[in-house]
Design a protein around this ligand. Structure first.
Ligand code: FMN
Length: 523
């Protein structure tokens, strides 16, 4: 067999599917057959390449030329001009992602290592790039569950679902019991966040292996992936990967001929933000309305069906196999002392190159925007970044050099949260942005507890008044009062976290709010 001269990587995402990626793939293959190039040029359908807003994205290797918004009508030019004559099609090229693209190439990729590289539907390709080597090591070396937990503890891995709770510690807290459960939280409801989707779609076997190792460590034989219902492609890829893993003896009874038994079921979320909160999620899997439970007891003691349960985020679990395989010290060589490893971010808003990146924990916000987001769009001036989604905080210019990790951000009263970084320029209105966030909270409040139910409604009333120019400075102080009461009295972190965007917006941009309050009086 001749070696392929070129590889064409087609990013198959929901965006690309809507833009006709399947038709483009068919047209490409037909054109290659037509020109007798099938042996030399191979077309691979892969996961998300981290580039958003460009419809069908195609990368030609080994030239590393990236084309965006490709249609069936462009296929002939790509094949005849680029592949046959070696001249890239200038009109379809996407500009280099950033002025410091060397920084992009050099960044460590732990979680996304295979995303956009392997065919996510191929177990062979996953195994060829290291899938299931971690669990194989555990079995071959006879590492006890306690040994796995202590390695994860030593690695310093902290939960990537938002709160940054130490993963090994959480596992160690799991109460004894005959029946335990592991839940992978793939609800991903935080506005502006789609990092977990990339893992589900781009490297599903890594997640299955992460769950398998976690389940072995805590003694669970049943796992659930609670996945956002709108993620049709993620669900399809996970279902297929689970099926293939089962057939290969990597799920089910006596995995790899060991005593380990574990299987995974997928549960689709119905679109409630609060169902991403671990106890609401558990209620939802049990078939009930997604109301949060009072804690304690924590899920580690009383979880799904009343049994000890561990809930971990997708990105957290995706970090587990490489830690087990390469060791805690290797993992600690990335990131910061208290937050080792990397973090996957979605960079959105007024940057030149919105998309997804994985960088070391502790990378300053300025670098994330400039080196990886390509800087501000159209040379505009940075105004603020909302970090961590709706339940996150606004960071102004004075926070650009903050190290992005769970602990450093706390010094600025911000949170890393889900890893969403929404960047806005000088033209953006923080008053309007905050109003949108408060409306989101009112809409998503489950209504079970009064502080959140009434508080979110009151905040939208006050914010509407400010927005319409009829507010007063006392209204701004009242908003803080309401959110502080919600922080103290709400039953779950949804109501408790409204204070974060509110306080941070008023701390850095109060004059803008005050100017809006005076708008009616002065007009
Ligand atoms: C309103 C709300 C929504 C949440 N949504 C998610 C989510 O979509 N995905 C997630 O992993 N964690 C979410 N969380 C956090 C979970 O409750 C939980 O802390 C997390 O899944 C634990 O995983 P980790 O330890 O790996 O971070 C949410 C929390 C709240 C309060």
């Amino acid at each position: 067999m001749r070696l392929a001269r070129s590889h064409l990587l087609l990013s198959v995402t929901d965006e690309a599917l809507l833009a006709g990626v399947r038709d483009v793939a068919r047209a490409l293959r037909a054109a290659l057959v037509d020109r007798g190039l099938v042996e030399e040029v191979q077309v691979f359908e892969t996961g998300d390449l981290g580039i958003v807003g460009h419809g069908v994205v195609l990368v030609v290797h080994p030239d590393s030329v990236t084309y965006g918004d490709v249609t069936v009508g462009d296929v002939e030019d790509i094949v005849d001009q680029h592949l046959v004559k070696g001249r890239p099609v200038a009109r379809l090229r996407i500009a280099p992602r950033s002025p410091a693209s060397a920084a992009l190439a050099e960044r460590p990729r732990i979680v996304l290592r295979n995303c956009g590289v392997i065919d996510p539907e191929s177990l062979d390709e996953a195994i060829a790039t290291g899938a299931y080597a971690g669990i194989a090591k555990v079995i071959e070396e006879g590492i006890a569950p306690k040994g796995v937990i202590s390695e994860i503890q030593r690695s310093g891995l902290r939960g990537r679902g938002g709160a940054g709770f130490p993963t090994g510690l959480k596992w160690s807290f799991t109460a004894p019991g005959d029946e335990k459960y592991l839940i992978c939280n793939a609800d991903e409801g935080e506005p502006g966040t789609f990092k977990d989707r990339l893992i589900l779609e781009g490297d599903p076997h890594r997640l299955i292996e992460g769950m398998l190792i976690a389940a072995y460590a805590i003694g669970a034989s049943k796992g659930y992936v609670y996945v956002r219902g709108e993620y049709a492609l993620s669900i399809a890829r996970m279902e297929r990967a689970i099926e293939v893993a089962r057939t290969a003896g990597l799920l089910g009874d006596h995995i790899l001929d060991s005593d380990i038994s574990f299987d995974i079921e997928i549960k689709k979320g119905a679109g409630a933000y609060v169902c991403g909160e671990e106890t609401s999620l558990i209620e939802s899997i049990e078939g009930k309305r997604g109301y949060p439970r009072l804690k304690p007891p924590y899920p580690g003691a009383v979880g799904l069906w009343g049994r000890p349960t561990v809930v971990n985020n997708v990105e957290t679990l995706a970090n587990v196999p490489p830690i087990v395989l390469h060791g805690a010290d290797w993992f600690r060589s990335f990131g910061t002392r208290s937050c080792p490893g990397t973090k996957v971010y979605t960079i959105l808003g007024h940057v030149a190159h919105p998309g997804l990146i994985e960088v070391e924990m502790g990378t300053p916000l300025r670098r994330i925007i400039e080196d990886f987001g390509g800087g501000m769009r159209d040379g505009r001036r940075f105004k603020a970044a909302l970090i961590g989604g709706a339940a996150g905080a606004f960071v102004a210019e004075d926070g650009l050099d903050l190290a992005m990790d769970f602990d450093s951000l706390l010094e600025y009263a911000a949170v890393l949260g889900s890893g969403a970084v929404l960047v806005v320029d000088e033209e953006a209105s923080i008053v309007e942005l905050l109003h949108g966030i408060l409306r989101f909270f009112r809409h998503e409040s489950c209504g079970q507890c009064a502080p959140c139910r009434a508080g979110t409604a009151r905040l939208v009333d006050l914010s509407s008044r400010v927005l319409d120019g009829g507010g007063t400075e006392a209204d701004l102080d009242r908003m803080i009062d309401v959110a502080e009461t919600m922080q103290a009295a709400s039953l779950c972190p949804l109501g408790q976290s409204v204070i974060l965007p509110l306080r941070s917006a008023l701390r850095s941009f109060r004059p803008e709010f005050e100017a809006r309050c005076g708008a009616v009086l002065s007009s």
